[in-house]
Write a protein that binds this ligand. Structure first.
Ligand code: ATR
Length: 272
């Protein structure tokens, strides 16, 4: 029987996940289907349960339900626990629901494999201290950067993340104003500023020679952060399309035990 998967969110019509997973399924010849489900805002758990009761095998979870999915899971992976959010659910027997978070792994795979940049010993700046930033901290620290600096407008939130993740590696917090004298090899925008067509208050000095500027968001044009980086003569500019495909590949691997090839799917999305 064809196995059923879906992405659930609200809104959901913009989601690229059905395209990505159908490509993965075609490529790896898996007997599965993948759809998009719009859940009413106040009925996430009910919508998940009815999908599960109809024989669904797994779900990707997107905004605004990642924290609710975290609460709904009966078992959490270490990645989900540290992110305190779930983007992948896997349904097992006896109503067991495994909650995982593949976002951070998607980011590091895009940096390490697709961009061929080693995170080890690098000086990394992560901008933002919300859910998107939290989800990538542990996966980044696992690759042993020299230091991971978290900068946030509201400094207290960055300090709290530093406190929570201090046992996993060399992590510190800073305000944007403190960053005037420092250079970073990898600068990652995990703020939601791009959504409002805005830019975090970053000084142009932060980019080391050969720096990678990475925006977890993407759009038809360069995001404001990537435009700023280009203006500062940074040539290695990467948006979140690769991360999107890599986190999907990690979910697919969790569900199907097969790692799909991602390069062609990334290329297809970039050209669409
Ligand atoms: P998400 O789940 O996308 O991370 P969030 O939890 O609301 O969303 O967090 C948004 C993050 O983007 C926060 O770190 C926020 O900074 P504050 O904590 O100071 O609010 C950051 N952010 C949003 N707009 C920003 C802007 N214009 N400049 C800098 N940071 C911004």
């Amino acid at each position: 029987m064809t196995d059923r998967y879906a992405v659930i969110g609200n809104p959901i019509h913009h989601s690229k996940s059905p395209f990505i997973h159908r490509e993965f399924a075609r490529q790896t010849q898996q007997d599965m289907c993948y759809e998009a489900i719009l859940s009413p805002l106040d009925q996430f758990a009910h919508t998940v349960r009815s999908f599960q009761n109809q024989g669904g095998k797994g779900l990707n979870v997107t905004l605004p339900f990642k924290i609710e999915a975290f609460r709904l899971a009966t078992q959490l992976t270490e990645r989900a626990q540290s992110a305190q959010a779930v983007n992948t659910l896997q349904f097992r027997d006896h109503n067991e629901i495994i909650g995982d978070n593949t976002d951070g792994t998607g980011l590091v795979r895009d940096i390490e494999v697709n961009q061929a940049i080693s995170i080890r010993n690098k000086n990394i700046l992560l901008m933002g201290a919300g859910g998107a930033a939290r989800g990538v901290i542990l996966p980044l620290l696992r690759f042993e950067p020299d230091q991971l600096t978290i900068a946030n407008r509201t400094l207290d939130k960055a300090i709290e993340l530093q406190r929570q993740f201090a046992c996993f590696g060399n992590i510190r917090s800073a305000s944007y104003q403190e960053l005037t004298q420092e250079k970073f090899d990898i600068i990652i925008n995990a703020t939601s500023a791009s959504l409002a067509n805005k830019l975090p208050p970053l000084t142009p000095n932060v980019f080391a020679a050969q720096a990678l500027a990475y925006d977890m968001m993407y759009g038809k044009q360069l995001t404001p952060f990537l435009q700023f980086a280009r203006h500062c003569s940074v040539s290695h500019l990467v948006d979140g399309i690769g991360m999107l495909v890599e986190q999907a590949a990690e979910s697919f691997y969790l569900w199907r035990g097969i790692r799909p090839e991602t390069e062609t799917v990334i290329r297809m999305l970039k050209n669409s």
